[in-house]
Design a protein around this ligand. Structure first.
Ligand code: FES
Length: 108
């Protein structure tokens, strides 16, 4: 009887630990997938002519709301298409990053 109790208790403990390990493993896997997705997005090329990725644009987007200003700071917009392909993308990025600029305006 005592053996069974200990065995049940032991199994219960193992189950709990296994569940914790599984939960942590799932969380880690989910976190890694999110990180991988974010890295893939950062590598996405915005200016095709000059091969400039999103990661180069992000630091500039919070400081300005002008497409030409972004092109000057990043070095985009003066490739073979003269900005015809990347300017609309930059404008979209500026619209998406507008909340970042309004937050920084309030804090300063
Ligand atoms: S895509 Fe940026 S200059 Fe052509």
């Amino acid at each position: 009887m005592k053996y069974c109790f200990l065995k049940d208790q032991h199994n219960g403990l193992n189950m709990t630990n296994e569940q914790k390990v599984k939960e942590l493993t799932d969380q880690t896997q989910s976190h890694n997938e999110e990180k991988e997705k974010m890295y893939r997005q950062l590598k996405r090329v915005v200016c095709i002519c000059k091969g400039i990725s999103l990661s180069k644009f992000l630091p500039v987007l919070k400081d300005t709301d002008n497409t030409q200003d972004v092109h000057e700071k990043v070095g985009s917009g003066d490739g073979g298409c003269q900005g015809r392909r990347c300017s609309p993308r930059v404008e979209q990025l500026l619209v998406k990053s507008a909340p970042l600029r309004s937050d920084s305006d309030e804090s300063s």
